[in-house]
Ligand binder design. Structure first.
Ligand SMILES: *Cc1c(COP(=O)(O)O)cnc(C)c1O
Length: 466
């Protein structure tokens, strides 16, 4: 399996290159040259009585990685990755009614769906680096969820050190404690006196300083990495196979950077029958506007109850555009140039009609989010987090349109966003047992000014072997 860039100018790459690089040299995102094909009946036959999440994951992921990792090795890595999950079937399915199912993606160590990808990506990084005796320094910026999931995925690993920048005093307490209470010799938390954008700019500037980034062998685990999307493909097959024998379903996904729902579209390209993908947005509705009228126009980001979906640019959307443009990298490049320079990108006519045959979208306000949390709790005795509620609200709106069931993805555990859940429903969600003492754990982090030199000096001083 080889990989191409969505901008069409980089040479084809191997899985190992795609994993360790993240972004392609021409600024594009990697995708496989062809989509491996599966079907539900054959998968059931191959898996036989061992139809576990891990066994299914080995089948689905293997074609993507087989040039770098043999099948037994891959299966070991997958089992190790999901050992840390508190649900035996990794992604349990919950039936709300005959038309609406929930796929619970939040049973990993940090209570958000990002663990499903990052726990395995951590194993894949370590596996590839150890084969070459290489060491890397991961540097990332977070507004909350990604940082803790990345730290849990990389902690205690020999081949890497991880530095995560968060905006001082601007993350939720649960999010901060999930990062700063990890005491491992390769984990470093930096609280920047600034905003999330400042943190992101610092990381970008450090990457751009080739002397510095080469000296520390700097790497990233952000959501444009193909390996994360690849890992997420599995639960679309899993969820569908749990609730139907061979039928068609809809998927509804609370979306931000578009990585999660694009993994669903990848599963569909690999043969999974899906009627529609429903993109659920909060007030930051750049995606909803695109799927309605073909126009993507950048606006300011407003804070909401679902902060992990507060985005202006959805990085993984580029991958969809590449498919829609029939893999014409030049056209993708021109579209993103227009987005950069004029602040908008558009498609129309047959292209838009083609997109709308497979995609629907919905925008959910803060008050609708809270109302939905309350309604689900009253109707079903089921407590959901605000991101999940945005998805369920969008799914309910779509339910009258389709005969097929809708699987709505639950992307975070309610106790990760306790304030919004309590405000909506009066219920104060409790942390699962592995985190029950989170509020008592000792924290450690370094507070640094919003200054590139200070951050670089800190990183150089903390690294071993310098
Ligand atoms: C990251 C995140 C999202 C958005 O997912 P994308 O893949 O960026 O579209 C939604 N909900 C939660 C809880 C998240 O952490």
């Amino acid at each position: 399996m080889r990989y191409v860039s969505t901008r069409g100018k980089s040479p084809e790459a191997s899985f190992k290159e795609v994993l360790l690089r993240g972004l392609a040299p021409d600024g594009g995102l990697y995708l496989p040259t062809t989509w491996p094909q599966f079907n539900v009946n054959e998968l059931r036959k191959v898996l036989g009585s061992d139809f576990s999440y891990q066994a299914l994951a080995s089948e689905i992921i293997y074609p993507f990685t087989k040039d770098s990792i043999d099948k037994d090795e891959l299966s070991d890595l997958i089992h190790r990755a999901y050992d840390s999950f508190s649900a035996e079937d990794i992604v349990p399915m919950k039936c709300l009614n005959s038309k609406l199912w929930i796929a619970e993606l939040f049973h990993g160590p940090t209570l958000a769906f990002k663990d499903i990808a990052l726990q395995l990506v951590g194993e894949l990084f370590e596996n590839q680096l150890q084969k070459e005796s290489e060491k890397i320094t991961i540097v990332g910026a977070t507004s909350g969820d990604t940082g803790s999931a990345a730290i849990e995925a990389c902690r205690d690993r020999e081949s890497m050190e991880i530095f995560i920048l968060h905006p001082h005093g601007r993350t939720s307490e649960v999010q901060r404690r999930q990062m700063t209470s990890v005491h491992s010799k390769n984990v470093f938390n930096i609280a920047i006196e600034g905003t999330f954008d400042d943190c992101q700019d610092l990381v970008k500037d450090m990457f751009a300083d080739v002397d510095f980034s080469t000296r520390i062998n700097m790497s990233a685990v952000n959501s444009i990495n193909w390996a994360r999307v690849m890992t997420q493909i599995v639960y679309y097959w899993w969820a569908s196979m749990q609730i139907t024998d061979n039928g068609i379903v809809n998927f509804c996904v609370p979306s931000g950077n578009f990585g999660n729902i694009f993994a669903g579209f990848s599963a569909h390209n690999m043969g999974l029958p899906v009627e529609k993908f429903i993109v659920a947005s909060n007030r930051n509705d750049v995606l909803d506007r695109f799927f309605r009228n073909g126009e993507m126009e950048l606006r300011d980001v407003a804070p909401t109850y679902s902060p992990s979906m507060d985005i202006q640019v959805s990085s993984n959307f580029e991958r969809l555009l590449f498919e829609v443009f029939e893999r014409d990298g030049l056209r993708v490049e021109q579209a993103f140039k227009a987005l950069r320079s004029e602040g908008s990108l558009s498609v129309s006519g047959d292209t838009l009609a083609g997109i709308q045959r497979k995609w629907a979208s919905s925008k959910v306000s803060d008050s609708e989010t809270l109302a939905r949390i309350k309604k689900i709790s009253e109707e079903y005795g089921y407590v959901v987090d605000p991101h999940t509620a945005v998805g369920i609200e969008a799914a309910e709106r779509h339910a009258g349109v389709s005969q097929a069931p809708i699987i709505s993805l639950a992307t975070a555990h309610p106790s990760k966003f306790p304030d919004a859940v309590e405000e909506a429903s009066g219920i104060s969600p409790t942390l699962p047992s592995h985190l029950s003492d989170l509020y008592e754990r000792e924290e450690s982090y370094e507070i640094l000014p919003n200054d590139e030199g200070a951050v670089k000096n800190y990183i150089l001083a903390q690294r071993k072997g310098e």
